[in-house]
Design a protein around this ligand. Structure first.
Ligand SMILES: NC(=O)c1ccc[n+]([C@@H]2O[C@H](COP(=O)([O-])OP(=O)(O)OC[C@H]3O[C@@H](n4cnc5c(N)ncnc54)[C@H](OP(=O)(O)O)[C@@H]3O)[C@@H](O)[C@H]2O)c1
Length: 333
């Protein structure tokens, strides 16, 4: 017999920060049974009320402090920009709430460790919203790799570059907001490499091309993993690059398009015909991370087995290491 569910039904969400991603996630949350957004908070005047009206949320607040103490909030989704995650997640964890926090969890490993320790002391759930991990196709990919369809992965290449007209105070470009390609976009290829190799790298190196404000416009990383595989990873905020991951082993290759939110991959076995694996999904794809949080809380777990905090900490440590080699520091470090 299954253990009785420990999560309240419906699971009641509070959203902290009412920006772009909060709106998309709020829409996808409707795709998961037994989930409801009971309150939202925005520090920007008028934004929470407008968000609540659009998404049918009963309570709109102007102070994050008022959100995290609401009885009708079981789990807080932190949807602010990354330089604020540490303070915002700490606030919610200290109030005893479960937390799903947008990627990157924090700006460095020290902050991430502090949050993980606080969650443990408080006995509450914490997970980074690295949504990539929870797409159904990712489990199929990991199973295919474990079955040896291309043999042991020897080389992984993954790229994430976008070009846009960022406002000077945008988090992508403003050094005061921990800007740069690596932290915001590079976190995807770095996390993907950690996932595929199932370990933290044994050696990390990289180079960057700086913006005129001194953060990385482009980052190129080379990681070596314990079993000998390597990852070559790039990210950029001023050039468009296909968001593709390519995995090579002695028995073939696998190509994952849009690897940060994938619905398919193609296996190219050595000497055999290509085979395409597809798992299309409705919505934008954030429903899978929402379902993971609901499942974890239903089982009374304090972290996700599929995306444990140790993995998030390892990724942050990798990014810290390469930044150290560049001498790139964020405010407060
Ligand atoms: N998983 C994904 O696919 C995905 C996609 C996009 C973004 N993200 C992540 O989600 C987070 C938010 O991204 P977003 O695109 O939604 O950002 P955004 O719309 O620019 O900002 C989100 C919220 O952060 C707060 N904020 C932003 N700029 C601020 C500033 N200068 N001063 C004070 N508060 C500010 C605001 O909170 P208030 O509403 O309280 O004022 C804003 O509503 C980032 O960590 C990003 O990396 C993830």
């Amino acid at each position: 017999m299954n253990a009785p569910s420990m999560a309240p039904r419906p699971l009641r969400w509070g959203i902290l920060g009412c920006g772009n991603i909060a709106a998309t996630v709020a829409r996808d949350l409707r795709l998961v049974p037994d989930q409801v957004i009971t309150a939202v908070a925005s520090a920007t005047p008028g934004k929470a009320a407008a968000f609540a009206a659009i998404h049918g949320v009963a309570t709109a607040l102007t102070r994050y402090e008022d959100l995290v103490v609401r009885d009708e909030v079981d789990v807080v989704y932190i949807a602010t920009s990354h330089e604020r995650h540490f303070d915002n997640a700490r606030l919610a964890l200290a109030a005893g709430k479960a937390v799903l926090c947008e990627k990157p969890l924090t700006i460095n490993a020290r902050q991430a460790r502090e949050l993980a320790d606080l969650a443990q002391r408080q006995g509450v759930f914490l997970m980074e919203a690295w949504w990539t991990r929870f797409f159904p196709i990712i489990d199929l990919l990991l199973a295919d790799l474990a079955a040896g369809v291309i043999g042991p992965v020897r080389l992984l290449q993954a790229d994430f570059g976008i070009r846009s007209s960022w406002a000077p105070d945008h988090r992508m470009v403003d050094p005061a907001r921990a800007a740069g390609a690596l932290l915001d976009l590079g976190v995807y290829p770095v996390s993907f490499a950690h996932l595929v190799y199932g370990a933290a790298p044994t050696a990390v190196s990289g180079q960057m091309r700086a913006t005129d404000r001194g953060v990385d416009a482009q980052s190129s990383l080379l990681l070596s993993f314990p079993a000998g595989g390597q990852a070559v990873l790039t990210s950029a905020i001023d050039v468009q690059v296909p968001h593709q991951a390519r995995l090579y082993g002695p028995e073939g290759a696998i190509v994952v398009d849009d690897f940060f939110h994938p619905s398919a991959y193609t296996i190219h076995p050595r000497g055999g015909p290509a085979r395409r694996i597809e798992r299309p999904f409705p919505g934008s794809g954030y429903q899978f991370e929402i379902a993971e949080v609901a499942a974890c809380l239903g089982d009374g777990r304090r972290e996700s087995i599929r995306r444990p905090l140790a993995d998030t900490l390892a990724v942050m440590a990798t990014m810290d290491a390469v930044r150290d080699s560049w001498g790139l520091r964020y405010p407060g470090e």
